[in-house]
Unconditional design. Structure first.
Ligand code: HEM
Ligand SMILES: [Ca+2]
Ligand SMILES: [Ca+2]
Length: 311
C-alpha cells in the first residue's frame, strides 16, 4: 500500500514526542555560544531544499578518495558555515540517544532552522515532519538549482517557480537576508564594475558603497572578509531588509533587484510597512519551501544514523 507523500506537525507524536525539545536544547545552546549558527542553519536548510528537495542531501560528505563530489563540496556550497553542520550533528546525536532510528536528518534541519528564526526574533511557526533522508547527493546538481548573487529577477522568478514557489514566495524568503553576512566576492563587481561599466551599480547608497569599498578592495583583499546583509540589525530577524531595499541599502544585486523590478517592488513595499504581515508570510513560505521534493519510504529515502553518511 502506498502512503501519501505528505508531512504533518505531529508526525513523531508517538515515536519521539520530545524531538522538538531535544533539538531545541541544542539550538538554544548553539545560539548562545555562536550566534552565526542562526544564519548558517537557515541558509543550510534553503540549500538543502532547492537541491533534490528537503532530504538532508546537503549533509552528505564526499567519500574519501572519491572523485564524485557530494553537494556540500560544490563551489556554491563552499561558503556554508560549519556552525550549521555542527548544529545538526549535535542535534542528531542527542535525538539518536533518546529515539534511535526514528527521526530523519531532514526533519532535524527543518526544526533547527525554525528554532533559529525564533531565537533571532522571528515567529515560532509549527514545523511539519515526516521527511525521509535522500539517497542522492551530487555536486553537479547544485549550480543549476541555486540562485546566484548576480541572478536577475527574471532568473530568480523562473528558478523559484520551478520549485513550486511564487513571486511572493521569492520576495518573502529573500527576507531571510535580514540576518547573516556575505563575502566580498559576491558583490565585488557590483561596487567596482557593474555590468562591465567600470562603475558602481547606481542603485547603491553612496555611504554604503564607500563602506563596502573600504572592507573589500578591488584586488588583493582578504577573501574571508564579510559584510552584513542588513546594515541595521544583522543578528535580528525583523523586516528591516525591506526598508533597506527601499533606501538602496541592499547588499547583493539579487536583493536590490527586488525593489527595481515592477513585479516584486510592491511586495517589498508592503513588507517594509508591515512586520506582522512579513512574519506570517515568511512562516507560510518556509512551510512551502520545507515541502519541496519530500521523500517517504525505502524506495526513494533512507533514515540515516549519521547525517553525513548514507545508510
Ligand atoms: C533569492 C535568491 C538568493 C540569493 C541569490 C542568495 C545568495 C546568497 C549569498 C551569495 C549569500 C552569501 C554567502 C557568503 O558569502 O558566505 C547568502 C547568504 C545567506 N542566505 Fe541567501 N540567497 C538567496 C535566497 C535565500 C533564501 C531563500 C534564504 C533562506 C530562506 C537565504 C538565506 C541566507 C542566509 C541566512 C545567509 C547568511 C549566511 C551566513 O551568514 O552564514 N537566502 N545568500
Ligand atoms: Ca536536498
Ligand atoms: Ca535584521
Amino acid at each position: 500500500k502506498r502512503r501519501p507523500r505528505q508531512i504533518s506537525v505531529n508526525y513523531y507524536a508517538k515515536s519521539c514526542p520530545q524531538v522538538e525539545q531535544l533539538v531545541g536544547s541544542i539550538t538554544s545552546q548553539q545560539f548562545k555560544e555562536a550566534p552565526v549558527s542562526a544564519p548558517a542553519t537557515i541558509r543550510l536548510f534553503f540549500h538543502d531544499c532547492f537541491v533534490e528537495g528537503c532530504d538532508a542531501s546537503i549533509l552528505i560528505a564526499t567519500q574519501p578518495g572519491s572523485k564524485l563530489l557530494a553537494e556540500k563540496d560544490a563551489e556554491d556550497n563552499k561558503d556554508l558555515r560549519t556552525e550549521g553542520f555542527d548544529t545538526i550533528t549535535r542535534a542528531k546525536t542527542l535525538v539518536e540517544s533518546k529515539c534511535p532510528g526514528i527521526v530523519s536528518c531532514a526533519d532535524i534541519l527543518a526544526i533547527a532552522a525554525r528554532d533559529f528564526i525564533h531565537l533571532s526574533g522571528g515567529l515560532n511557526y509549527p514545523v511539519k515532519k515526516g521527511r525521509w533522508d535522500g539517497k542522492i547527493s551530487m555536486a553537479t546538481r547544485v549550480p543549476t538549482n541555486l540562485p546566484h548573487a548576480n541572478s536577475t529577477v527574471d532568473q530568480l522568478i523562473k528558478l523559484f517557480s520551478s520549485k513550486g514557489l511564487t513571486i511572493q514566495d521569492l520576495v518573502v524568503l529573500s527576507g531571510a537576508h535580514t540576518i547573516g553576512f556575505a563575502h566580498c566576492k559576491n558583490f565585488l563587481d557590483r561596487i567596482y564594475n557593474y555590468k562591465g561599466t567600470k562603475q558602481a551599480d547606481p542603485s547603491i547608497d553612496p555611504r554604503l558603497l564607500k563602506a563596502l569599498k573600504m572592507s573589500c578592495p578591488q584586488v588583493g583583499g582578504n577573501a574571508d572578509i564579510v559584510a552584513p546583509f542588513d546594515v541595521t540589525t544583522p543578528f535580528v530577524f525583523d523586516h528591516a531588509y525591506y526598508r533597506n531595499l527601499q533606501s538602496k541599502l541592499g547588499l547583493l544585486a539579487s536583493d536590490q533587484g527586488l525593489f527595481l523590478d515592477p513585479r516584486t517592488k510592491p511586495i517589498v513595499q508592503s513588507f517594509g510597512e508591515d512586520k506582522a504581515k512579513f512574519f506570517q508570510a515568511f512562516s507560510a513560505a518556509m512551510d512551502k519551501m520545507g515541502s519541496i521534493g519530500i521523500k517517504r519510504g525505502r524506495r526513494h529515502g533512507e533514515k540515516r544514523k549519521v547525517c553525513s553518511m548514507h545508510m
